[in-house]
Design a protein around this ligand. Sequence first.
Ligand code: HC0
Length: 589
Amino acid sequence: KINISINGISMDVQSGLTILEAADQAGIIIPTLCYHKDLCIAGNCRVCVVELTGQKRLAAACATPCEEGMEIRTNSLNVRNSRKHIIELLLSEHRAECTTCYKNGNCELQKLASEYKIMTQDFIPLVKNNKYTIDQFSPSILKDDSKCIRCQRCVRTCAGLQGVNALTVAYKGDKMKITTFFEKAITDVVCTNCGQCIIHCPTGALVERNYIEEVWDALSNPDLHVVVQTAPAVRVGLGEELGLPTGTRVTGKMVEALKRLGFNSVLDTDFTADLTIIEEGTELLQRLKKKIHEKDESVKLPMATSCSPGWIKYIEHMYPECLGNLSTCKSPQQMFGALVKTYYAKARNLQPDKIISVSIMPCTAKKFEAARPEMHASGYTDVDYVLTTRELAIMIKQAGIDFKKLPDSKFDRLMGESTGAAVIFGATGGVMEAALRTAYELVTGREVPFEHLNIKPVRGIEGLREASIKIENPQRDWAFLDGVELKCAVAHGLINAKTIMDQVQTGASPYHFVEIMACPGGCLGGGGQPIPTNPEIRKRRTEAIYAEDESMAIRKSHENPEVLKIYEDFLGEPLGELSHHLLHTSYVA
Ligand code: HC0
């Protein structure tokens, strides 16, 4: 420990802490912009300046380690004036048309300008109001350089968290900008559409492409039947946007809100998450049979999950030769879309072309996924509009719904039933855990003991986790698996996917099955979730996901009655012809 004083208060702090961290522990707020708990330190915006009185200088609190005897002032006149000038300078290069900005009300620069009461414009504006371009070609992300303050959070996110490097810094001085390779459109570079840059951007320079008006139009058209599906992670994030504490489970309120918005049927992506487990589990067992029992060397192992569209785009760009390792299962969102305009339409006696299918996702890459040419298995666009958790919150506010006072409602039937196994899809390791719960029972014919339903080795926050399960006394069909040690790995955040994929690429991977999710924490940390998202917030959302699982009456996908019914009434069998047509696909680089 070392001794420092902040604002005249002496305190002992752990050596190695930055001034920002020490102040935070002491309950002293220092404003930040380029700093983010997920990212490496840049120290380039200088908004966090503090005064080191002994040394008679100013320093960036985020980038300066505490030293023995340091005397720090975080709120002297010198500090306040310096910060004010810095904010004014940042505003001079920012198109501050706040009332017409999508981030109005959730912009960190706007908040600081308000706190420091910046009432005049003393510096010459660098952004000419008629001279800027917005990259709006992507179905997921809008990039507006005139709102950018060059803090480089997006660049550090794309490189450090995701290992993608789609965004970079170009030019110098007042020409410096955040751009892409050769300043191409985002759609033309290696961007995975994960949206992590959006949730780390402090201003409106990077936002989701929103489809709110399109969905309102559909809802107000009496000729259309508008169906909505909600992803697992939305129910543990949405409340944050609507005044509830982080990690509040709002499944029932969310369903009620969607009904009040006017959706004709409120259904659940979790239903197709359960269906995915049946299809993907069967696929894995078939691959194991061919590879281990029939010694078919053409079969690719490990099999990798295929539900995270950011991850799919990543493997297409970075490891195209490994596409055969992907499960052929579409994501639950897209399985749902294909079934809504076939199975659901038939059961409800509706014309598929009169159905609009909307999904609420914690993810911006889902917008891209829905727009992919592969996703028309129903003969129509399977998913018409994808809204993020944030966009749904905007619609709820626009409709004047007091979310906190809503009663709980239940999902509608046919594709609204789900299990605890499905809800944990929203957390890293969840797909693996759900698959193992089902695979164990399929292979051994024995029930997973209740105390082992929570498969701890695949849970956690480490970027890369491993689990292995020794198969003993399998049923007759699976006798070849007796004694086999099933090796699994889980990765979240694309930088960690790289570690797994480098092994796969060289043939050195020891695994049979890997789960990869593009976003840190899995979907609950997705690019469409409420802002801010940071390690503490992801932790609370994760706890909420597991609590939701434990609250469910059924916790294994193969016990979902609506899943059993769809095989009986419509699909026939897992990996059957209809499943193959509607629920599976393949990707080409
Ligand atoms: Fe996910 Fe999904 S779990 S990708 O993270 O598999 O976005 O929440 O909806 O599709 O179910 C996101 C979340 C989903 C899908 C599901 C999967």
